[in-house]
Design a protein around this ligand. Structure first.
Ligand code: SF4
Length: 401
């Protein structure tokens, strides 16, 4: 990156690790807790934030904050407010900062969102997951369709910037059933949708059940049919995909997640949170991509922050070629794809990290689209095609050295 180029955007991820109940498909760092240590956790999150800010090569104004979990809508609004104020004092806020909180659609949590709004939250990501009571039961969710619809009605009054999360491709789900759920969600005319296919992750209750022979999600062909329907319906409603599972109206992409997919910088605080930022980004020979990961156990993390000011468990230091691989892996998830020339400017010549022959083959196979220079056919930008998005992990493994 030339010395005069702007610094990457900076985001802050805050992990709240508690839930009322563990969902059987969930592999997030979430824990059912009966104790109420909210104030102690809020204080520790601020302490760890200060520690992480001191690790950055330069402290920039935040472009986004994301409260994820776990269930951040269980946080007392006073704790949310304290963390937002501390973030502003520590980093400063960029104009139009995006501050998101994930929320579950129960009536209590929907009502508390007004207090979150007054504390500074300006975007809500609502974990509706389904608008079919049988599927909500199958997913082990605590809310019903009626509660979810009512919560959406309540929250949309305070938050224009509202996203709905849905899970599809559960076992036995028909095209008609998914069409019905997605249609009901589109009626709310929200600016953003996150639509995930159910995947069975190691360590979950669903993983154990699958190993005992139960079928819990659709096979690849049936899931692909639902994926095609998803692309068609969302595009027709004015929310085309901008990432494999994320859809937005113009100007409503999630800025925080864009930061991950563009491999920019972010600080991650709270139990099991990950952060990544770049040191010497204007010199590929000395560039380091630093990764931090904190202790996953909430009690262990809290104790560590109390005694040493942070709960960092491990550090990684990647060199320029590994950072180039991160940018390709994350950027190809976006419909806009990646700019190879820009990556070269930061990470050095492409020969060190990109397999030209494999890129050419993937373009010929119709999995990637490439922009090329007119004179020597050098690829300047790459995007995954619709067919390519369904086998992205394979393509990425092919084209990276
Ligand atoms: S509410 Fe969300 S984070 Fe908590 S267990 Fe369920 S899926 Fe996981």
């Amino acid at each position: 990156m030339p010395a005069s180029a702007p610094k990457p955007d900076l985001g802050l991820y805050v992990h709240w690790p508690f839930c009322r109940k563990k969902c059987p498909y969930c592999d997030f760092n979430s824990h059912v807790s009966t104790t109420d240590d909210s104030d102690a956790f809020g204080t520790a999150l601020c302490l760890e934030m200060s520690h992480m800010a001191n690790m950055l090569p330069d402290c920039r104004a935040l472009k986004s904050i994301f409260f994820g979990g776990g269930t951040p809508s269980l946080m007392p609004p006073s704790v949310i407010g304290k963390i937002i104020t501390h973030a502003e004092n520590t980093f400063g806020f960029a104009p139009m900062i995006e501050i998101t909180a994930e929320a579950n659609p129960t009536s209590v949590e929907a009502n508390i969102m007004t207090e979150f709004y007054h504390a500074g939250v300006n975007r809500v990501s609502m974990g509706v997951q389904s608008l079919d009571d049988d599927i909500l039961k199958f997913l082990g969710r605590e809310h019903s369709v009626a509660e979810a619809l009512s919560a959406l009605e309540t929250v949309r009054h305070s938050f224009e910037n509202l996203s709905i999360d849905l899970i599809y491709a559960t076992a036995g789900q028909t095209i008609k059933a998914w069409q019905n759920t997605l249609s009901q969600a589109l009626v709310f005319d929200v600016p953003h949708l996150s639509l995930y296919q159910l995947t069975i992750e190691p360590g979950t209750v669903f993983y154990t059940r699958q190993r005992h022979g139960e079928t819990l999600n659709l096979d690849d062909d049936r899931a692909a049919n639902l994926y095609d329907l998803t692309q068609h319906m969302t595009a027709a409603a004015g929310l085309p995909a901008y990432e494999i599972s994320n859809h937005a109206k113009p100007g409503a992409k999630c800025q925080h997640n864009m930061n991950y997919w563009r491999a920019a910088d972010w600080v991650g605080i709270g139990p099991g949170a990950h952060g990544r930022f770049t040191i010497n980004a204007d010199n590929s020979a000395n560039l380091q991509r630093v990764g931090t990961a904190t202790r996953r156990s909430p009690a262990g993390w809290l104790q560590a922050v109390k005694t040493q000011g942070h709960g960092i468990d491990s550090h990684t230091h990647d060199a320029a070629d590994a950072f180039a691989a991160e940018m390709i892996m994350m950027g190809l998830r976006l419909t806009d794809g990646v700019h190879i020339q820009q990556i070269e400017n930061i990470c050095g010549p492409r020969d060190g990290w990109l397999d030209h022959g494999a890129v050419k083959q993937a373009i010929e196979d119709g999995w990637l689209d490439g922009d090329q220079t007119a004179d020597n056919g050098m690829v300047t930008a790459l995007r995954a095609t619709e067919a390519g998005r369904l086998r992205l992990n394979h393509i990425i493994a092919m084209i990276l050295r």
